[in-house]
Design a protein around this ligand. Structure first.
Ligand SMILES: [Fe+2]
Length: 246
């Protein structure tokens, strides 16, 4: 399998456009999305129209913002800005996109040798930030590759047969070779709201046969996305943070 792996698009159509432009000449047979298609941003229908109609096999899981925007949960666990955006999204989704969000599969999903989830395999809302937590996940689940999102931070954790765990953040474009004898927990970072102080959209091309994860960062027109957030009347902090990648 050679897959385009995206996560945390957060209704940022300009960022997704830049990602798809970057991979236009690249080969992949599968599109994987690890959730949070919507929330924070003001372009939910553009994102969902694009993701619903992607070519190739699509393997998608739901994120916590998708759950709330679809009306399957209240927004009480969200901060003010996230809540405002989720409620705004609910009111602006087209019927077909609302249905799509409601019907998204809750992770974990096992697709061939790859497990997909939003937060962690046992909790959609759980953040996996460090090697200790990664070790716990990799000890409990046996899949050779687990792909996750939610933190908005590109990272690779791995474990060998003696339970030695290591992990690192991926700061720039990089090809990570996935060693035989190790199992991996990989986060592609966020397309629509990166939080590692690099505002460029983040994604991965994952090749299970060649055992590589290629990380990419793609700049996009942040000002256009900011304008759409302001025009929608969403909290200004949601526009400001995109400029700093926070
Ligand atoms: Fe997210």
């Amino acid at each position: 399998m050679r897959a385009l792996v995206v996560s945390d698009l957060h209704a940022n159509a300009e960022a997704l456009r830049a990602v798809l432009g970057r991979v236009r000449r690249k080969k992949f047979d599968t599109v994987i999305c690890l959730g949070d298609f919507v929330g924070y941003g003001a372009q939910p229908n553009q994102i969902l129209d694009t993701m619903r109609t992607m070519h190739g096999r699509k393997v998608y899981v739901r994120g916590n913002h998708d759950r709330v925007a679809a009306g399957l949960d209240d927004a009480n666990g969200f901060n003010h800005a996230a809540k405002a955006a989720a409620l705004w999204t609910r009111e602006h989704l087209s019927p077909v996109n609302r249905r799509f969000l409601r019907d998204l599969t809750v992770g974990p999903v096992l697709h061939r040798s790859v497990m997909l989830c939003h937060g962690s395999p046992y909790d959609e809302d759980e953040y996996v930030f460090n090697v200790h937590h990664a070790a716990q996940v990799l000890s409990l689940f046996n899949a050779p590759f687990i792909l996750f999102g939610h933190t908005h931070l590109p990272a690779v954790f791995s474990i060998d047969t003696d339970y030695n765990v290591r992990g690192f953040a991926v700061k720039t474009d990089a090809t990570v070779r996935l060693e035989e004898g190790r199992r991996y927990l990989i986060n592609p970072g966020s397309v629509g709201q990166p939080r590692d102080r690099n505002p460029a959209a983040s994604f991965v091309l994952f090749d299970s046969e060649k055992r590589t994860a290629q990380f990419f960062r793609v700049p996009y027109d942040v000002s256009k996305t900011q304008a759409s957030i302001r025009k929608a009347g969403l909290p200004d902090v949601l526009a400001q943070r995109l400029l700093y990648g926070t």
